[in-house]
Ligand binder design. Structure first.
Ligand code: AMP
Ligand code: AMP
Length: 328
């Protein structure tokens, strides 16, 4: 049994973690990045060129660990029909890729979510406008009322609205807690927390307001990197309960979520955690914690990344002869 993943996103961490747990590792992807995984950071025992070299992966007995890049490059349909064993529940893919299903899941888990405006003419406070399938927040825009919305949206009729979701803009600081739910042990773990470093929103504050206006800047959320975060301790129980509720809701909706996942939201000044998205797999925000986080250090007395935690779960499943429980 080997552990493999697509060479981008959080592959360095996943493959390093797998090696730490004694697995042979395989990376696959674009030829150009091969040295990254074999020479500069020697975490892959083997590198296969190709988007998803199915035959070679099957021959080598590889278990694929999905990442945001893998799913984005392959598309959900191909992921659903892939023959190589996949760690996690494929049924969650539909739920998180469709904004209305995702919202249903978050609401079933009793999490606080931003108000969604079905009719732009109802907009009565600042909103963030998201296009379906937009990657990394590209093309999102803010609008202060319905007139502002129509001016910026670039669409003229309400029929074109199926591609957009208009959410109440929540003023607060972004917080992204990362969880791991062990299906084998029936236990949720808080792995780490990050915030994103996004261009250009994190750049705009460096320009004085008057010049921002003169330059008529608009905001974008293209992820450039991730910054580790430690939460105020009295907020930890809120974040943990949110994770537990997501796991519980998933059992009823799509047969469960297991392995790593992340909630994306903001904490407001009223100390309320408002969630606008769930990522149902490892997120790249776990990358600052290749050597473990303050939270994993409290539980494990050795460095535990999310990537390593995945490999440990797979190792345990092999030992207990329960691989079928965690692969789909
Ligand atoms: P990439 O392979 O870097 O093109 O990323 C594929 C997808 O994962 C894109 O939708 C990115 O927005 C997302 N992604 C990649 N790296 C990060 C990161 N460090 N933090 C958050 N999201 C990321
Ligand atoms: P997303 O693609 O949904 O992860 O959003 C990209 C970025 O937009 C996030 O990192 C947040 O900074 C911001 N964002 C998304 N939704 C909201 C919201 N409802 N209120 C405030 N900020 C948001």
């Amino acid at each position: 049994m080997r552990i493999g993943t697509y060479a981008s996103h959080s592959a360095l961490q996943i493959l390093k973690g797998a090696k730490d747990e004694g697995f042979k590792t395989v990376a696959f992807g674009r030829e150009r990045v091969k040295p990254l995984y074999t020479k500069y950071f020697p975490v892959a025992d083997e590198f296969l060129v190709g988007e998803y070299p199915e035959r070679e992966l099957l021959e080598r007995g590889v278990i694929v660990i999905p990442t945001g890049s893998f799913v984005a490059h392959l598309g959900i349909e191909r992921v659903e029909s892939m023959k190589v064993p996949y760690y996690g529940n494929k049924a969650v893919l539909r739920w998180e890729s469709d904004r209305s299903l995702e919202r249903k899941w978050l609401q079933k888990a009793n999490l606080k979510v931003p108000r969604v405006y079905e009719d732009p003419d109802d907009i009565d406070k600042p909103v963030i406008v998201k296009f379906h399938g937009a990657k990394g927040g590209k093309g999102y825009f803010l609008a202060k009322d319905s007139r502002d919305f129509w001016r910026k949206a670039g669409i003229n009729s309400k029929e074109d609205l199926k591609d957009v979701q208009i959410q109440e803009y929540i003023l607060g600081v972004p917080v992204y807690p990362h969880y791991f739910y062990s299906k084998l042990n029936g236990e949720l773990e808080l792995m780490s927390v990050d915030r994103r470093y996004e261009s250009n929103v994190d750049a705009i504050g460096r320009i004085p307001a008057k010049e921002q206006l003169e330059l008529s800047l608009s905001t974008n959320y293209t992820v450039i990197g991730n910054i580790p975060l430690v939460l105020r301790e009295s907020l930890l129980m809120d974040v943990i309960e949110a994770g537990e509720q997501i796991v519980k809701a998933a059992e009823g909706l799509m047969g469960g979520i297991w392995g790593p996942f992340c909630l994306e939201g903001v904490f407001t000044e009223e100390l309320e955690f408002v969630v606008f998205e769930i990522s149902a797999r490892i997120v790249a925000g776990t990358n600052p914690f290749v050597n473990g986080s303050p939270y994993t250090w409290l539980r494990y007395d050795f460095p535990m990344s999310t990537g390593r935690r995945i490999a440990r779960e797979i190792k345990q499943a092999i030992e207990e002869d329960r691989l079928d429980d965690i692969l789909t």
